[in-house]
Design a protein around this ligand. Structure first.
Ligand code: AHR
Length: 547
């Protein structure tokens, strides 16, 4: 059981371990009490680069104040897009970005966001009546100015090197509007009126949009549909004569919230019955992690809140397995893959800059561990999950960036994506982690339990990337790492840990929580590598293989 004293001392212990050479530590410590076997001869599948995707919704400060500042802004920008944010995001090689929502998508008319910006209409926003925004008066975030529309989003994607993933309005627009958006985006200039409208704005080349989400949370804000009703809409939107226009379209259905197996089962059965399952490429699951009591606070969480949140995030693995199994009842060959296009830790609001940044909350090592264990889970399920998006990119839940005026800072979550980038496109291999479990008391005083170390490994060329989270607040974990099917020649280690787990990057201290290279352990051919994973840390171990 973790005591309060251990909790307070956690970060110090973590830092000590991070800076203590492994050799010195071995002289002091008992033998390693954890082990990781990396089974290079047991591939799982290719880690789709799209597993490291992002999500941008017209909500609070994500778009306006966040990535979009406008061309006339004194803030450095590229065609209106905040330059430093775009440059930092590009470094992560983001394969895909989802837009324009979220719940916002099912009230958005794409036609409002095209053509000359000065002539675009102002509208109310889906989020305009959120009690928090309303309490602030008539703030701009309650309305949609439509300055950032389809072309602006496409330019943003091109700037950062990502593919666009568009969420289609199913609740308030007919299928015809979707066909026309597709036409506007993908038809070659000179072939249709909408393609010419796009070209007249300067975009002569089609956008080639492949990923189309048909509705969002259609069981809730996307229309409160029954699964059978939604399946009917999905058929209307995706079957018969949707023009391909050279983009190899991938339709993503609005999947379940958390463990709602009934939604998946009934929607799949209804689609299969009408032969419409073949039109689907992906099935979108959403999973937000949360903790109760003090644990709900982004910054002032206690030890229970730390572990409760990590355990809540860790549920994503079981959810993937559950829905994968249910999908197979109608899709025996597993042609349709899972998509987790909203994931993150949702705390009670704790904004950094501006209370109108709805759902913005500070980000600490706790959020870094959520990001690390979630991405590791996706890698371990590389055969099942084809695309995933962190919710959301800036000034929001599980953000990678916070902005304030001209300033942009990166969060611990950003640094985890950076540490993990080497997994993209690599071949995931099976791993076996053995470590003492972590235990703590839940709110009901019942004992709770979580694994003591977890992670994922992948192989690209002659380099193994192994990423590992140590959730223990106080105990660094000395670990033996053994390779099966290869021999290590050299090792590099980078760790993200904080002096105090409540530390966060702020506009005053933007580099309070950043990764650090730590002394590489000795490598002897044929022997396990011994390494110490600091308490409350996320670590990348890169292992070069001998020939
Ligand atoms: O990410 C915030 C909201 O959470 C999204 O708009 C919605 O899809 C989900 O409920």
């Amino acid at each position: 059981m973790t005591t309060r004293r251990q909790f307070v001392g956690a970060a110090a212990a973590g830092m000590a371990a991070a800076v203590m050479p492994a050799r010195a530590r071995r002289r002091r410590a008992s033998a390693a009490d954890a082990r990781i076997d990396v089974l290079l001869d047991e591939p799982i599948g290719t880690i789709a680069p799209e597993l490291h995707g992002h999500f941008v919704e017209h909500l609070g400060g994500v778009v306006y104040d966040g990535l979009w500042v406008g061309e006339d802004s004194p803030i450095p920008n590229v065609g209106g897009i905040r330059r430093d944010l775009a440059e930092a995001l590009r470094r992560l090689k983001p394969a895909v970005i989802r837009w324009p929502g979220g719940c916002f998508a099912d009230s958005y008319d794409w036609r409002d966001g095209v053509g000359p910006r000065s002539q675009r209409p102002r509208r109310t926003s889906f989020w305009g009546d959120d009690p928090q925004l309303k309490s602030l008066g008539d703030v701009p975030q309650r309305y949609e100015p439509n300055a950032f529309g389809t072309s602006e989003f496409m330019h943003f994607c091109r700037l950062v090197g990502a593919q666009p993933y568009l969420a289609v309005n199913v609740r308030t627009l007919p299928a015809q509007a979707f066909m026309q958006w597709l036409d506007y985006c993908n038809a070659p200039a000179g072939t249709t009126t909408l393609a010419d409208l796009r070209a007249a704005g300067g975009d002569t080349d089609p956008f080639g949009v492949r990923y189309w989400g048909i509705g969002n949370e259609s069981w809730g804000c996307g229309g409160n549909f029954r699964p059978e009703e939604y399946a009917e809409e999905l058929r209307r939107f995706t079957t018969w004569a949707v023009p391909e226009l050279g983009a190899s379209l991938a339709f993503i259905g609005s999947g379940p919230s958390g463990g709602d197996a009934d939604w998946t089962r009934r929607a799949f059965a209804a689609l299969a019955e009408r032969g419409a399952l073949d039109r689907l490429w992906g099935w979108a699951l959403h999973h937000y992690a949360g903790a109760e009591g003090a644990g709900a606070d982004a910054l002032a969480f206690d030890a229970r809140g730390w572990y409760d949140l990590l355990a809540s995030a860790d549920r994503v693995g079981a959810l993937i397995d559950l829905h994968w199994q249910v999908m197979q009842e109608s899709d025996q060959a597993h042609r349709v893959k899972l998509v987790v296009d909203e994931w993150g830790a949702w705390h009670t609001t704790h904004p950094l800059a501006d209370p109108s940044h709805l759902f913005e909350s500070q980000s600490t090592m706790r959020d870094a561990l959520v990001a690390g264990l979630t991405l590791d889970t996706f890698h371990r399920h590389a055969d099942k999950v084809a695309l995933a998006c962190d919710a959301q990119l800036a000034n929001c839940i599980q953000a990678l960036f916070f902005t304030n005026g001209a300033r942009t800072i990166t969060t611990p979550t950003y640094h985890v994506f950076d540490l993990y980038a080497g997994h993209q496109g690599a071949s995931a291999v099976r791993t076996v982690f053995t470590a003492p479990d972590v235990t703590w008391a839940g709110a009901d005083n019942a004992a709770r339990r979580l694994w003591g170390l977890a992670g994922s490994a992948s192989l690209s060329g002659r380099t193994v990337t192994l990423t590992v989270t140590n959730p223990h607040l106080a105990e660094p974990r000395e670990t033996e790492i053994a390779l099966r099917g290869g021999t290590a020649r050299g090792v590099r280690v980078t760790t993200l840990a904080a002096r105090d787990v409540h530390d966060a990057n702020t506009f005053e201290r933007p580099d309070a929580v950043v990764p650090k290279a730590i002394e590489a352990p000795a490598v002897t051919a044929g022997r396990a590598i011994t390494l110490v994973f600091p308490a409350a840390s996320v670590t990348k171990v890169e292992i070069d293989l001998g020939s």
